[in-house]
Design a protein around this ligand. Structure first.
Ligand code: ADP
Ligand code: ADP
Length: 227
C-alpha cells in the first residue's frame, strides 16, 4: 500500500515571512500517477521535497503507506526521487550510480548485481554501465537517473521536472517511457512539471497549484476541458 497523504501541510522557509505551501490537503491513492502543475514558484517542488523528506514540514502531516513520515529521513522512506538535473555522481560509473542506494541499505553484492542488471535492461542502458555520466548524452543520463530510482523498487516515485533539460523530441520519447514504467511497475508516481502537455498526457489526476495553494484536483480531461 503506497498511498501518500498530505494533511493540511504548510511550508515557510526560514527567514521568509510568507508561506510558500499553504494548507495543502490531498490524498494520492496507491498506483496513481498524480501530476502537480502550475507556474514557476507556486510551490510544487517544495511540496514534492517535503514528501521526499528533503525539506521539513512547517505544519501538518505527510503519510506514506499510512505511516506518518514527518520525522523520517529520506532514506527511511519507501520513495525514490528523480531530479531535473539528474543529480548523478560524476565520479561513479553508471553501475555504481545505480548501486549506490542499495549499498547504502546494505544490500548484498549478488542482489545488487541482479537489481542493477534488471533495471538497466528495462531502461536500455546496459551498454553504458561502465561509463561515467559525462560520457553520456542528456537522454542517457536521464535514463540512468530513472534506473537509479527503479533499482530499489520503491513504493512511491517522486519526479521533479525530470524531462525539462531534454530536447523536444527526446522529451516526447521519455514521456512515453515514463508512462510505460508507471504501468509496468504498478507503483505510485508523483510528478511535478510546469508543462501542460506533460501533465495532460501523463497524469491520471492533476493537481493545479498557484501561489502555494491547491486550486483544483481533477482528471486531465476536466482540468483542460478536453473530451
Ligand atoms: P515551483 O516548484 O512551483 O517552481 P518552489 O517550490 O521551487 O516552486 O518554490 C516555491 C517558493 O518558495 C518560491 O517563491 C521560491 O522562491 C521559494 N523557495 C524555494 N526554495 C527556497 C529556499 N530554500 N529558501 C527560501 N525560499 C525558497
Ligand atoms: P546528445 O545530442 O543527445 O546530447 P551526445 O552528442 O552528447 O548526445 O552523444 C551522442 C552519443 O555519443 C551518445 O550515444 C553518447 O553516449 C556518446 N558519447 C558522448 N560523449 C561521449 C564520451 N565522452 N565518451 C564516449 N561516448 C560519448
Amino acid at each position: 500500500m503506497a498511498s501518500v497523504q498530505l494533511h493540511h501541510v504548510w511550508k515557510r522557509y526560514p527567514h521568509s515571512s510568507q508561506a510558500v505551501v499553504k494548507d495543502v490537503h490531498l490524498e494520492i491513492a496507491d498506483k496513481e500517477f498524480v501530476v502537480f502543475v502550475g507556474p514557476s514558484g507556486c510551490g510544487k517542488s517544495t511540496t514534492l521535497r517535503m514528501i521526499a523528506g528533503l525539506e521539513d514540514i512547517s505544519e501538518g502531516d505527510i503519510s506514506i503507506g499510512g505511516e506518518v513520515v514527518n520525522d523520517l529521513p529520506p532514506k527511511s522512506r519507501d520513495i525514490a526521487m528523480v531530479f531535473q538535473n539528474y543529480a548523478l555522481y560524476p565520479n561513479l560509473s553508471v553501475f555504481e550510480n545505480m548501486a549506490f542506494g542499495l549499498r547504502l541499505r546494505k544490500v548484498g553484492k549478488a542482489d545488487i548485481d541482479t537489481a542493477v542488471k534488471r533495471a538497466s535492461r528495462t531502461l536500455d542502458i546496459e551498454p553504458f554501465l561502465n561509463r561515467k555520466p559525462r560520457q553520456l548524452s542528456g537522454g542517457q543520463r536521464q535514463r540512468v537517473a530513472l534506473g537509479r530510482a527503479i533499482v530499489r523498487s520503491p513504493k512511491v516515485f517522486l519526479m521533479d521536472e525530470p524531462l525539462s533539460n531534454l530536447d523536444a523530441k527526446l522529451r516526447v520519447h521519455m514521456r512515453a517511457e515514463i508512462i510505460r514504467l508507471h504501468r509496468d511497475l504498478e507503483t505510485t508516481f508523483v510528478y511535478v512539471t510546469h508543462d501542460q502537455t506533460e501533465a495532460m498526457t501523463m497524469g491520471t489526476r492533476i493537481v493545479v497549484m498557484k501561489d502555494g495553494v491547491v486550486q483544483q484536483v481533477d482528471t486531465p480531461e476536466r482540468v483542460y476541458n478536453r473530451p
